[in-house]
Design a protein around this ligand. Sequence first.
Ligand code: ZN
Length: 89
Amino acid sequence: MLTCREVSRLLTLEPEQAIGRFRRIAVTFHLAICHNCRRNRRQLKQIRHYLAQTHVAELSQVDYPLDTATRERIAEQLRVHHSTPSEDV
Ligand SMILES: [Zn+2]
């Protein structure tokens, strides 16, 4: 049985990284019984949805205290996820 901390970490990785079929099933079981992790997943989805709607150009114009490498990494993730709909786990 996964702990809430493990589920939280896996939800944060998803969908950026493949977590494997066994872990995905374990996360699904955990979410079925854990209200806090379901709420956490819902909040992550809302953040991803918001970020997907933010244009990369707009992101580069805002004065966020992020270094160039971090901005590029975020921009790349937005490009990837904007073109592929996220999976509903
Ligand atoms: Zn939990």
